[in-house]
Design a protein around this ligand. Structure first.
Ligand code: NAD
Ligand code: LMR
Length: 329
């Protein structure tokens, strides 16, 4: 018997990321090739944005996706989020050259207050929320705080692009396939302070740290390359990453819903106090997922270098949070 459709809301649906994301969701890349979906697409009420959204929907129609069981356009989150099982909060202003993601806080924070409240009011009580719009961790924190009747654990921020970037850098350094790398993680904020950590990573059971055996490369090349990759792409393309961001969003939700089979991935999630990260902080952690739930990988040793890095990214998140106190009380 075929499954009943899942409702997926995507905000900023006519934007760059939306254009890479929607087709893949409708194709079954995110929720499975046997899972019908209904797309509930939100854009700002602006006439141009709504018209562009209609154009994207025409293209989606023209793909005749067998799994697409319905699709609606919205300008109000209260209708867009009605009964949704998954909400991808992408719509927000992207940064341009020379900006840091936290420079977007003022412009974007308001959006996530409104959308958090709307999710609280009308979404499925089990809704899985992924915040992509920057600064992703703090926006996810705002949305979570604005939705007090939903479980806090349902709100997550996207660190998966950073995780995938780190995987790709390690594959290049070691000359091994991406698929052979396990137990990698990225701690903290989706910002240059993030701490991509390969101390526990293995390739075919061998320690990646031992294979690379180069602390200077880690500190001076790997961490800055991963941490500043977003800026490098803006510099090169004149626009922020879009297809890779959409791909990471698909990976994040797919793994959350369908499970990682014991493998580690990275998700930005509200801390439960693990590793000394204050409860509720929206922080990148190594997780495994099963039956639609994530679990933080426990018992990892945090050495002095790592503790310093983790403290820096935590401090930045706390400063961002302090900057939006007026919005979340
Ligand atoms: P874009 O400007 O191409 O598209 C954003 C779209 O969102 C626009 O169409 C805009 O009209 C819409 N929008 C704005 N406010 C909205 C609202 N309140 N409700 C609904 N829609 C709204 O931008 P993009 O390149 O698609 O990037 C979107 C966001 O994702 C940016 O904030 C960007 O910085 C962020 N991003 C995050 C990651 C990550 O790893 N977390 C990666 C890449 C981009
Ligand atoms: C990225 O990491 O590519 C995105 O967050 C966009 C940006 O502003 O860097």
């Amino acid at each position: 018997m075929s499954k009943s459709p899942m409702r997926v809301a995507v905000t900023g649906a006519a934007g760059q990321i939306g254009y890479s994301l929607l087709f893949r969701i409708a194709n079954g890349d995110m929720l499975g090739k046997d899972q019908p979906v209904i797309l509930q697409l939100l854009e700002i009420p602006d006439e141009k944005a709504q018209k562009a959204l209609k154009g994207v929907m025409m293209e989606i129609d023209d793909c005749a996706f067998p799994l697409l069981a319905g699709m609606t356009a919205h300008s109000d989150p209260m209708t867009a989020f009605k009964d949704v099982d998954v909400a991808l909060l992408v719509g927000a202003r992207p940064r341009g050259p020379g900006m840091e993601r936290k420079d977007l806080l003022e412009a974007n924070a308001q959006i996530f207050t409104v959308q958090g409240k709307a999710l609280d009011a009308v979404a499925s009580r089990n809704v899985k929320v992924l915040v992509v719009g920057n600064p992703a961790n703090t926006n996810a924190y705002i949305a979570m705080k604005s939705a007090p009747s939903l479980p806090a654990k349902n709100f997550t921020a996207m660190l998966r692009l950073d995780h995938n970037r780190a995987l790709s850098q390690i594959a290049a350094k070691t000359g091994k396939p991406v698929a052979s790398i396990e137990k990698l993680c990225v701690w903290g904020n989706h910002s240059p302070t993030m701490y991509a950590d390969y101390r526990f990573a293995t390739i075919d059971g061998q320690s990646v740290k031992d294979m690379i055996n180069d602390h200077e490369w880690n500190r001076d090349t790997f961490l800055p390359t991963v941490g500043k990759r977003g800026a490098a792409i803006i510099e090169a393309r004149g626009l922020s990453s879009a297809a890779s961001a959409a791909n990471a969003a698909i990976d994040h939700v797919r793994d959350w819903v369908l499970g990682t089979n014991g493998k580690w991935t990275t998700m930005g999630i509200p801390s439960d106090g693990s590793y000394g990260i204050p409860e509720g902080t929206m922080f990148g952690f190594p997780v495994t997922t099963e039956n639609g739930e994530y679990t933080i990988v426990q018992g990892l040793e945090i050495d002095e270098f790592s503790r310093e890095r983790i403290n820096v990214t935590l401090k930045e998140l706390q400063e961002e949070r302090d900057g939006v106190k007026h919005l979340v009380g």
